[in-house]
Each structure stands twice: as structure tokens, then as C-alpha cells.
Design a protein around this ligand. Structure first.
Ligand SMILES: [Zn+2]
Length: 557
């Protein structure tokens, strides 16, 4: 590495060299001009008014914490420029190629070259963007950072939100917003026209245009005013489609896939479940892009905070349901020392003499988790899915703590009468392998369990999944004959899995054959269905299929 410590120095680099302008313990070099070659690593540590010009190739240039008034000029090649926390008043020219600029500093001016340009906004900042010669650029937000963006010249640009709150500043030209979430704000500092729907997108007319992808029938926050633009062509939201489907499933006298087919016919224009699956596989093949397929066809958006629960934002509702809020605990924890308690018409029997963490879990079940799970299931699937519904065949559940070396966080088993298919006993088993390390101060029931990259979900979400099985078993005759993708898909739809099963969703969405293999059997158990590189094929594919069905039907006339 060469350290440049004096001003007015001209260094001609060739290739693959490392330079550092200044050092933390020396007075800042002034007006250094560094003429670098290709593939250089350059750290502008504390230069003042440095001019850094690099040649072709992939260069890494860092303006460190005490760099002031730096000018960075890149050429052809995929360059990476980092503007660190304290860097002040930097000016960056990206040159041609796929360039990335990371912004941790309070301000910067960026002039884009041809090719694709990505700006990662990692801290609150003020950016001035010159896009006159740019093919395309994209701003991506991290760490909840906000950017005050001024644009100097034309072009179309994409803003992609993060899981946190984002402010999308319109700065002229044609702006596309991907991953809009319910907590985001669109700020337009000029007159704009009435928003219109185009496909699933909402278009706001300004000097150019603002396109908000996948925002039809969603609540948009424009300059602090909330508006809903357009509705679904069918008049029903995806959530309402699922409710209709589940109501029909509750009423049918048929069993297995025939019961599902009837529910499909009663709630849509599809003739059977296999037709829905074929249609989905077709769309998956047609798009050949996992993220686009999930977003456009399934309303599954991976990079916002919504978990993809059927009651949440991504399914067309006005509330973002997050990892923490999907099961929404309120009020202080109460201690329970008895044998059984009754919640929403369900008698819950708990073990006597619980030890340590088990007592904490019983307290959580008693205070929030059973009621919250049952309320969420009813909100998701309608009034038929309650333990005090007239058709419920069992209104009691035994809770057991087990220590099982399997991948199941918890299970619900139901015993049923084989002649009429009606459940008559329910057991919930909580696997302490995963929940022995429960954080007793967290209302969500998080656990420290983390072995070999396996992390356990919040217990409140695991319970929402399991109670979905319990409620459905109590209300649907021959529940056990339903396809595994439906049993697990509905249980996942209750709390959403866009965050927890992201890899599985992406793998299946990117490979129509895998997706088909996860769904083709209507009789096999979930444990019998294996798809390469997919951890829980039936769970993820069932979740996708139900979302696909809900959105497709909502959009039909
Ligand atoms: Zn399950």
C-alpha cells in the first residue's frame, strides 16, 4: 500500500494497487490529485479537496470519515464507491458499467454514467443526483435511512423501499416505486394530478410520472394524506376471496381434494384446484423471474416488513403485519397456576407441575397467545372458524411439553371418528428443544435457539400456525384427508412466512418444476414430499398457491 501524505502529489497507478490518502494521525493532505489505473483499492482517509480519477476496471474507492470535498471520477468497469459516515461534500462520477455507491454520509453529489447504477442509502442523507447520461439508476434504502433527493437531469429511475419506513421523494422525471409498504410516504413537492390504476400499479401524474408498483386498492400516503386508488375487478379483495373459499370448505360434504374442488368452484370461476395449480405454474414459467412472479402474481413481497399474512398489507389490507405485530399482545402478563382455562369457547388443559420455562409458556398461553391466535384465525377465515361455532366437534385441547429431536417446533394432533370424520380430541405439543431458551421478557415468545443456522420462530407465530390446524380440524369433517399443501398453506397464511421462508419461496418461484412437484400430490403427507434445496416445500408452495388464488380471483371480472 502507498500512503500519500503531502499535497499536490500526482501518482500514476497502474493496476491492482492500494493507495491511502492521508492517515488518521497526520494533518490532512490538501489538493492531492490521484490518477489511478484499474482495479485499485483507494482509501481517502482524511484528504481535503482530493481529486481521485481511476481508469478502466473494477475499482473500490472509499471516502473515509474525515475526507472533505473529495471528487471521485470513475471510468468503465464495475466500480464500488463508499461514502463513509463523516465524509463531507463529496462529488462522485460513476462512469460506465454497473456501479454501486454506498452512502453513509450526510451529503453527496452523484453523476451517473451509462449502465446500471445502484445507490444504497445506509444513513440519513441529502443527495444531489445528476442522471443526464444514465441508462438507469436505483435507490435502495437500508437501516431505516431517509434521503432528501434533488435530481438535476432527466431519465427514469427506480426507488426500492426497505423493510423500514421509507420516504420516497419525487425529484422530477419518471419515478418508479417498488416495494411500497403501508408505512411509507410519497413526497411530491409540486402540483400533481389524480392517481389512476393501470393493471396492478397506481400512476400519479406529475411533470413526468410516478408509478407505484402493485399498489392497486392499497392505502397510499401522499404528502401525509392517505388515499386508496382503484379496487379489485371482482369487487372482492384477496382476503375476501380466501374467506369465501374457507366458508365453502367448511360447508362441503365432500372429502379430500373433492372438498377443495367444490370450495374452489363456490368461490371463483375456476373449476377445480388442479386448474388453479396449472394456471399458477404457467405464470411462473412465463415470468421466469422469482421476485416478479411472487410480487405480481402472488402479492408476496419479500423486501418489506409485512410477513404476507392474509390479513396484512401485501394481501391488500391497510395494515402492515410484521414479525412482532402479526400476533398482537396487549396488556401485562398474568400468572396461571390452575389445570385449565377457557378462551373463546375452547377449554385449554395444561400440565400440572410445569417446570421453569414451561410455567412461562403457560402464562403466555393464558394471557395472550391462545386468544390472539384464535382471534387472528377468525379474522383470517371468517366466523365459521371458531371453537364456539355451531359445527365445532371438539372444544377442548390438551397442552403437552415434549423434547423431540425433530424439526417440528410444535404439533397439533387430532383424534377423530373414522366413520364421520369428526374430530373428538386435540393435543398441542410444544417442542422444548426449541423453546427451552425462551426469552421470558418478550411477549412474542422469541427464543435464543440457534444451531447450525436453524432458528426457531417466535412462539406466538408457531402457535398461530398450530391453532389453525386445531380450529380447522374441529370444524371440517375429514380434515385429515385434505391435501397437505392446503393444511400447511392455510396455517402459514394465518401468520405469513415471507420473512421466515424467504429462501424456499424464492427457490420455488424460480423453478416451475419444483413448484409443481411440491403441489402435485393431494394425498401424501407433508413429510413425504421432498424437493431439492427446499426446506419445507409443501408449506411454502401451499402459502404461494393460496395467495395466487386469492389475487387471481380478486382480479377477475
Ligand atoms: Zn403445520
Amino acid at each position: 500500500m502507498k500512503i500519500i501524505s503531502t499535497g499536490r502529489t500526482l501518482v500514476s497507478g497502474s493496476r491492482d494497487e492500494q493507495f491511502q490518502i492521508g492517515a488518521p494521525n497526520i494533518s490532512p493532505p490538501q489538493f492531492v490529485t490521484l490518477q489511478g489505473g484499474a482495479n485499485n483499492f483507494i482509501n481517502n482517509c482524511n484528504g481535503h479537496n482530493a481529486l481521485i480519477k481511476v481508469g478502466d476496471g473494477d475499482n473500490v474507492i472509499i471516502n473515509s470519515d474525515s475526507a472533505v470535498n473529495a471528487t471521485v471520477i470513475c471510468s468503465t468497469g464495475d466500480d464500488s464507491i463508499v461514502n463513509s459516515t463523516g465524509a463531507k461534500n463529496s462529488s462522485i462520477v460513476t462512469g460506465n458499467g454497473s456501479d454501486t455507491v454506498d452512502i453513509w454520509s450526510a451529503d453527496a453529489t452523484i453523476k451517473f454514467g451509462n449502465g446500471s447504477n445502484l445507490v444504497r442509502i445506509c444513513a440519513d442523507t441529502k443527495l444531489s443526483l445528476d442522471v443526464s447520461t444514465s441508462d438507469s439508476y436505483e435507490l435502495k434504502y437500508f437501516n431505516g435511512a431517509k434521503a432528501d433527493v434533488t435530481r438535476i437531469n432527466g431519465g427514469t429511475y427506480t426507488l426500492r423501499g426497505s423493510a423500514d419506513e421509507n420516504i420516497f421523494d419525487y425529484a422530477g422525471g419518471n419515478m418508479i416505486i417498488e416495494s411500497y409498504g403501508g408505512e411509507d410516504l410519497i413526497r411530491i413537492r409540486q402540483p400533481f394530478g389524480t392517481a389512476k390504476v393501470s393493471g396492478d400499479d397506481v400512476i400519479i401524474p406529475v411533470d413526468g410520472s410516478i408509478v407505484v408498483k402493485n399498489a392497486r386498492a392499497h392505502t397510499l400516503n401522499i404528502n401525509g394524506h392517505k388515499t386508496i386508488v382503484g379496487s379489485y375487478a371482482s369487487g372482492s379483495t384477496p382476503q375476501q376471496v380466501i374467506k369465501k373459499f374457507m366458508a365453502a370448505l367448511d360447508r362441503t360434504k365432500l372429502r379430500g381434494i373433492s372438498a377443495v374442488d367444490e370450495a374452489v368452484r363456490k368461490s371463483s370461476k375456476f373449476s377445480e384446484a388442479d386448474e388453479v395449480i396449472a394456471c399458477m405454474i404457467n405464470d411462473c414459467k412465463r415470468l421466469r423471474n422469482a421476485d416478479k412472479f411472487l410480487r405480481d402474481c402472488c402479492n408476496i413481497i419479500l423486501d418489506n416488513a409485512d410477513t404476507g399474512a392474509i390479513t396484512g398489507w401485501d394481501a391488500g389490507n391497510s395494515i402492515v403485519k410484521t414479525n412482532e405485530s402479526i400476533v398482537d399482545e396487549r396488556g401485562a402478563l398474568k400468572i396461571f397456576r390452575g389445570q385449565s382455562f377457557i378462551v373463546n369457547g375452547l377449554k385449554v388443559n395444561v400440565p400440572s407441575n410445569p417446570r421453569g420455562v414451561q410455567q412461562n409458556i403457560i402464562n403466555g398461553l393464558y394471557t395472550w397467545w391462545v386468544k390472539n391466535a384464535l382471534d387472528l384465525i377468525e379474522e383470517s377465515y371468517g366466523v365459521a372458524y371458531r371453537f364456539d361455532a355451531p359445527g365445532a366437534s371438539v372444544r377442548e385441547i390438551n397442552v403437552e411439553f415434549i423434547n423431540d429431536d425433530t424439526s417440528a417446533l410444535a404439533t397439533v394432533n387430532h383424534r377423530y371418528n373414522t366413520s364421520n370424520g369428526r374430530a373428538n380430541a386435540l393435543t398441542l405439543r410444544i417442542n422444548m428443544k426449541y423453546y427451552n431458551e425462551l426469552n421470558s421478557h418478550d411477549v412474542n415468545g422469541s427464543t435464543a435457539y440457534n444451531r447450525g443456522n436453524i432458528r426457531a420462530s417466535f412462539l406466538d407465530r408457531t402457535l398461530a400456525h398450530e391453532f389453525t390446524h386445531a380450529v380447522m380440524a374441529a370444524n371440517i369433517d375429514f380434515f385429515s384427508d385434505l391435501p397437505a399443501w392446503l393444511k400447511e398453506g392455510t396455517a402459514e397464511l394465518t401468520h405469513g412466512i415471507s420473512d421466515e421462508r424467504r429462501n424456499d419461496l424464492e427457490t420455488l418461484a424460480g423453478d416451475p418444476n419444483k413448484l409443481y412437484n411440491a403441489l402435485k400430490s393431494h394425498t401424501a403427507d407433508a413429510a413425504q414430499i421432498h424437493v431439492k434445496n427446499v426446506l419445507a416445500p409443501v408449506y411454502a408452495a401451499g402459502f404461494m398457491l393460496l395467495h395466487y388464488f386469492a389475487k387471481k380471483v380478486a382480479n377477475m371480472r
